[in-house]
Design a protein around this ligand. Structure first.
Ligand SMILES: Nc1ncnc2c1ncn2[C@@H]1O[C@H](COP(=O)(O)OP(=O)(O)OP(=O)(O)O)[C@@H](O)[C@H]1O
Length: 299
């Protein structure tokens, strides 16, 4: 990997508690002490991100995304579709910050800045469903209602994720799903399908505690029925960092899967809901170069 000389800091000024905006002068000064060229770009909205990355990706060796998971999703999508992809780093500025956690980045933006300056770079797997790229997870069913509720309750943060999961379990609506992959098949009723790339979902290692961002495979979890015992088993497997074992839970690993549902369903991809099934989801092994923190202990 060539040396990092030039840095673009892309900031979402509306993310999280805006700590990054308060510290912006300090962040820029610190970066300038370590890199030859530093420029900051504040975006007004998601619609600006693709054009911005298109115009700067040849100029900078490193793009630092400062914002929450929504901002990082936009930047990862803009970068992943390029042929020449600069190194990417995440300065956590949201509430959940799933991806920065998976990379072992500190949740304190200034500590994360120190980690970025260390410039430890690792190649990271990215998911692609034909419409969009994802870093953390791709899901249908229960997960879409859960993450909607998390978005509506920012202040409750991670706890709200678990509470809303519990609440939604009673309301989970089954759908028919057919899953095909080289590794396993499923054809039946389910309330949720989750395809995990990173171990984190909603700020916690809830479903795939030992997922690996560099192995070229997804972890796949199908919940056939949302019953209390299956939910408890998910927590047990999480605590023991082992795949869940319960008749209502189907767990597998795959490099590429085809998901067809009846009816077509809204997809939740890293917390963003833009597309619907059917989908073919592929793992793009080590597609982006990411600056990581305490990474090995996270995977
Ligand atoms: N590129 C962008 N530039 C400016 N504002 C944005 C951009 N993307 C999203 N926003 C606005 O900023 C808000 C927060 O964005 P983001 O999802 O990055 O952070 P968060 O919701 O605080 O974090 P998290 O998703 O980790 O909980 C969004 O609700 C949206 O209104």
């Amino acid at each position: 990997m060539s040396q990092i000389l030039s840095v673009a800091l892309v900031v979402n000024p509306n993310a999280g508690k805006q700590k990054i905006i308060e510290e912006l002068d300090h962040i820029e000064e610190t970066l300038l002490k370590h890199f030859q060229k530093v420029e900051t770009f504040q975006t007004k909205g998601p619609e600006e991100v693709d054009d911005l990355i298109d115009s700067i990706h040849q100029t900078y060796d490193l793009i630092i995304g400062a914002g929450g998971d929504g901002t990082i999703y936009q930047l990862a999508n803009a970068l992943s579709r390029l042929n020449h992809r600069p190194v990417f780093a995440v300065l956590p500025g949201g509430t959940a910050n799933d991806f920065s956690r998976a990379l072992g980045m500190s949740q304190d933006p200034l500590e994360a800045l120190d980690q970025i300056i260390q410039c430890h770079i690792e190649p990271i797997d990215i998911g692609y469903d034909g419409d969009q790229y994802f870093l953390n997870f791709w899901g249908i069913g229960l997960i879409t209602t859960v993450s909607q509720q998390v978005n509506n309750k920012d202040s409750l943060g991670r706890l709200s994720y678990y509470l809303s999961t519990l609440q939604n379990m009673k309301e989970a609506k089954p759908f028919h799903v057919k899953i095909e992959s080289d590794e396993f098949h499923f054809d039946g009723e389910a309330v949720m399908v989750l395809v995990g790339n990173s171990p984190f979902t909603g700020g916690v290692r809830a479903f795939f505690p030992s997922n690996n961002l560099q192995d070229g495979t997804f972890d796949v979890l199908i919940i056939k029925q949302s019953t209390m015992p299956s939910f408890i088993e998910m927590f047990r497997s999480r605590l023991q960092q082992a795949p869940p074992e319960h008749e209502d839970l189907v767990y597998g690993q795959a490099k590429k899967i085809r998901v067809v549902t009846e009816p077509n369903l809204e997809i939740d991809c890293d917390g963003e809901r833009r597309f619907t099934t059917p989908s073919t989801i592929v793992n793009l092994p080590q597609h982006l170069q990411l600056v990581v923190g305490d990474f090995k202990s996270q995977t």
